[in-house]
Design a protein around this ligand. Structure first.
Ligand code: SF4
Ligand code: SF4
Length: 384
């Protein structure tokens, strides 16, 4: 296995499962199960034992390896030089399991659906561009940017609403952009996270060929997951594009006053998506947008920015639900952290976070106290 020569360097000091000030546990699977094997260091030792033949490939073992949400809290807080590779090590172990055909059924089904349908929803490619019906978003031609929406924004009902809000905002802001519609295909970020390297390469190569054929130079993504794949993984496969998350495009436009906003008198807390925040260091653009809206009081949760607690949807868990529900599920913990701020809205900038947190609010029965809104939806409301 890749990284086999470095996993022994972890001596399970445990810093990686905590916030930067050591005040709370911040690794979602560890926080839920409170067993060391679910923590980053314990996971490393488990992989080591497996590679040495000391651990059997049980169902439990598979679930532990696939319960990591790839939130990168461990990358941020492990104190050793190999910390940058922690998530890569967990992906490498999953790759090994995919190659051996020993993945949990939910992972197998997700990968099969992507392979057969090009999306995890078992939907036809002919339905992919339908989210844009009734909007003024145009097909990609010779515009400056490609607006890439992704599977959740294209097929999930909540995701589609957010895609429409972002698409309409970009159009109103005069951003020159177009979409691929039915020609769009999965970006593969979760496929890679779930350890199917060959399928990821296939999807990436297919996308790169299409983007290059269409003359795409700049991409705006709806979803931080696609943003991560295009920015960090596609260049090694020959796909060098200028990649932006939509908040990075809207932030300077809104701050310059080009998009007049009316008063929106509310307390809002912002949830950092792991693939925008810790994985890519973008904490400011969404906050700058919210702070520019007159009347908005941005109230931070105690765990924010580098210490933000994951919603539980990363690393493919949004689709496989291997981490599962319960009182200590990440989404429910995050909702309780948001409630502590007294804010009435959790602002998000990722359709997966939106769905995870909305479901958690329902289970916590807090729908009358807290609402999830994408940053784009908040701006749209403030524009009237
Ligand atoms: S991964 Fe790093 S911080 Fe975590 S237990 Fe191992 S050495 Fe310590
Ligand atoms: S990436 Fe996140 S969920 Fe996975 S082991 Fe590290 S801290 Fe835990």
């Amino acid at each position: 296995m890749k990284y086999e020569d470095i996993i022994h360097r972890c001596f399970r000091c445990g810093y990686c499962k905590l916030t930067g000030d050591y005040s709370d546990f911040n690794c979602p699977p560890y926080r839920k199960f409170k067993f060391e094997t679910y923590s980053p260091g314990g996971r490393m030792w488990l992989i080591r034992g497996w590679l040495n033949g000391e651990i059997k490939e049980s169902e439990r073992f598979r679930e532990i390896l696939f319960s990591c949400t790839m939130c990168a809290n461990c990358v941020e807080h492990c104190v050793f030089t190999f910390s940058d590779d922690l998530v890569n090590i967990f992906i490498a172990a999953r790759e090994e399991m995919v190659n051996k055909g020993i993945v949990p059924p939910a992972v197998r089904d997700y990968l099969k659906n992507i392979h057969v349908n090009g999306n995890p929803y078992k939907e036809s490619a002919d339905e992919r561009g339908k989210w844009a019906d009734g909007t003024s978003v145009e097909a990609y031609g010779d515009q400056e940017y490609l607006f890439y929406v992704g599977c959740v924004g294209s097929y999930d009902e909540r995701g589609k609403k957010i895609a429409r809000a972002v698409g309409n905002l970009l159009t109103r802001a005069g951003v020159s952009m177009g979409i691929l519609g039915n020609a769009e295909c999965c970006d593969g970020n979760e496929v890679k996270a779930l350890g199917e390297a060959s399928l990821f390469n296939l999807l990436a190569e297919q996308n790169i060929v299409l983007f290059k054929k269409l003359g795409v130079k700049k991409i705006i993504t709806l979803d931080p997951h696609a943003f991560n794949a295009f920015k960090n993984d596609y260049p090694a496969l020959g796909g060098e594009f200028e990649v932006y998350h939509y908040t990075q495009i809207l932030s300077p436009l809104i701050q310059s006053g080009k998009m007049p906003l009316t008063e929106y008198n509310l307390g809002i807390t912002y949830h950092d998506p792991c693939y925008l925040g810790r994985h890519n260091g973008e904490y400011d653009a969404p906050r700058a947008i919210l702070k520019t809206i007159p009347g908005v009081r941005l109230i931070e949760m105690e765990q924010n920015r580098e210490n933000a607690f994951c919603c539980g949807g990363g690393g493919g868990n949004f689709f496989t639900d291997i981490l599962g529900g319960g009182e200590d599920s990440p989404g429910r913990i995050r909702v309780r952290q948001a409630l502590d701020t007294g804010a009435r809205i959790i602002a998000v900038s990722c359709p997966q976070c939106a769905k995870m947190l909305e479901d958690a609010i329902k289970v916590e029965e807090q729908e009358d106290k807290l609402k999830v809104m994408d940053v784009a939806e908040i701006v749209s409301n403030a524009m009237g």
